[in-house]
Design a protein around this ligand. Structure first.
Ligand SMILES: [Zn+2]
Length: 485
């Protein structure tokens, strides 16, 4: 069977155009399971259709642009070039004429311009740019290029480098838009729309920023070997409420962290006031954030980081208790002592926990001088814990009370964010090396994809200055070809 597909178009001015294409379906191959249209057929059909549509649109655009609204004649064409427009349904090569200035209106000013540059400045449609960046952010560029070529009539010349280039470009664009947006839409406390107003004593009224750092290997061109990326999730305080918006940035300056956090919080309904709680593992660069945010902002040390640091200590103490139970009564209490340190920390009694820990260490120091290997080991484990608690003293709170009131006490959200944003794409494969800028831009796209607002963020435009409306009104052209027709 020969299938003839007839394509008919009618433009805005009544002009008609028709084209045909043929698809052969051999009945003999039906027994081989070749039933219906294949992906290849689909690519051929859509590719053909796209050629027609794009060419017609470009021709119409050029014709419209040639019309001089002042003297109502068509401007001359200087010469013809070619322009490639890449779309999701293949690359279309269109004729790209350069149009002279109007000879009547500007007789002494001889210049020509190619108008097709105005449409599709990237030489790829925004849809293809977005799709490329989306795929490039989810899997290695080479693999993403293969997947796209599998289903879409995209020529093999569009290598993985093109994909990388597009992902980087959109990452950069997202950054620019974020900067503009922070400028034009800062969180304002004047609007009475923050949800927390209606939520007295509800854990939901609190905003929680879980933040963590990820480490990424540098490429050889960079000075350092590993660089840090701040990854966060900003949501509401109740345990089990939606985890909220992601953000990631390789720029860990105070200003950048503040601006990123506020923007993510705005998505959760934050307008610049109310409680914000930052939960982190106490890393130095994370301590900058709570200071930079609007008051009142509290900083909490992630409970699981404390618990994880106590655990080996507990195991060692239990070991000492088991082995020395038969020998003397003195060591028996050490397991309970460690448990009591943990209990005190859980209830936010930091000073008492420090006292108890120092006491344990003093006892262990005496024992280790008697060549007790396990006491020495205990001492080695206790020292970093003590330092950790001392340097984060202000960020240790009554976790018990906070937990019972249904609020978040751990930065596990940030850790899962590190995993879904950074590790899966950038760290797991150890041979992959990144530049700081490349990693940052890729993460902008990746975060936007996971947040589900890539398209919305790319489409965002800064508000136009008001006086411009007046100008456009003055120079507004009358619909050109309608006058000619
Ligand atoms: Zn003119």
């Amino acid at each position: 069977m020969r299938w003839k597909i007839t394509i008919e178009g009618m433009d805005e001015f009544g002009g008609r155009d028709a084209a045909e294409m043929v698809i052969e379906k051999d009945i003999g191959r039906l027994s081989n399971g070749e039933i219906g249209l294949t992906i290849e057929d689909g690519k051929t059909i859509m590719g053909y259709l796209q050629q027609l549509v794009v060419k017609q649109q470009c021709e119409a655009y050029v014709l419209t642009s040639r019309y001089c609204t002042d003297c109502r004649t068509f401007r001359r064409i200087k010469d013809y070039g070619k322009r490639k427009i890449r779309t999701v349904y293949g690359r279309v090569e269109v004729s790209n004429p350069r149009i002279m200035n109007c000879r009547r209106c500007l007789p002494y000013f001889c210049d020509a311009s190619a108008v097709l540059r105005d449409i599709c400045p990237d030489q790829a449609t925004p849809e293809l740019m977005e799709l490329s960046a989306r795929m490039g952010s989810l899997m290695p560029y080479r693999k993403a290029a293969d997947v796209l070529a599998e289903f879409l009539p995209i020529p093999s010349t569009e290598s993985f480098m093109t994909l990388r280039h597009r992902t980087m470009k959109l990452g950069e664009r997202l950054d620019e838009k974020a900067r503009d947006r922070a400028w034009f839409e800062p969180p304002s406390s004047s609007e009475h729309k923050q949800a927390e107003l209606d939520l007295p004593n509800d854990p939901e009224r609190e905003f929680v920023v879980s933040i963590d750092t990820a480490h990424v290997r540098c490429s050889r061109s960079e000075n350092a070997r590993i660089f840090e990326i701040a990854v966060a999730r900003c949501g509401r305080g109740r345990r089990g409420s939606p985890p909220g918006h992601y953000f990631a940035t390789a720029d860990t300056s105070k200003r950048e962290l503040r601006s990123r956090t506020l923007q993510a919080l705005q998505h959760e309904g934050y307008v610049g006031r109310g409680e914000v709680t930052v939960i982190s593992d106490g890393a130095e660069i994370m301590k900058r954030l709570p200071k930079a945010l609007p008051k009142p902002t509290a900083h909490i040390l992630d409970w699981f980081h404390i618990a994880m640091k106590i655990q080996p200590l507990q195991q060692m103490a239990d070991h000492i208790v088991r082995t020395s139970a038969t020998r003397s009564g003195q060591a028996i209490s050490i397991g309970d002592d460690i448990r009591s340190v943990k209990w005190k920390l859980w209830h936010g009694q930091t000073d008492r926990a420090i006292d108890r820990l120092e006491m344990i260490m003093a006892v262990s120091a005496i024992q280790s001088s008697h060549a007790e290997a396990s006491a020495k080991r205990l001492l080695d484990l206790a020292q970093p814990l003590l330092t950790y608690i001392r340097s984060n003293r202000d960020a240790i709170i009554d976790y018990g009370a906070r937990y019972r009131s249904g609020r978040r006490i751990a930065s596990s959200l940030a850790e899962s964010a590190v995993d879904s944003l950074v590790s899966r794409r950038m760290v797991k494969k150890q041979q992959m090396q990144w530049t700081l800028r490349g990693a940052h831009r890729l993460l902008q796209v990746r975060a936007a994809v996971l947040n589900g607002d890539l398209r919305e963020r790319l489409a965002w435009q800064p508000p136009k200055p008001t006086h411009r409306h007046h100008l456009t009104w003055m120079f507004e052209p009358t619909p050109p070809l309608l006058n000619v027709a």
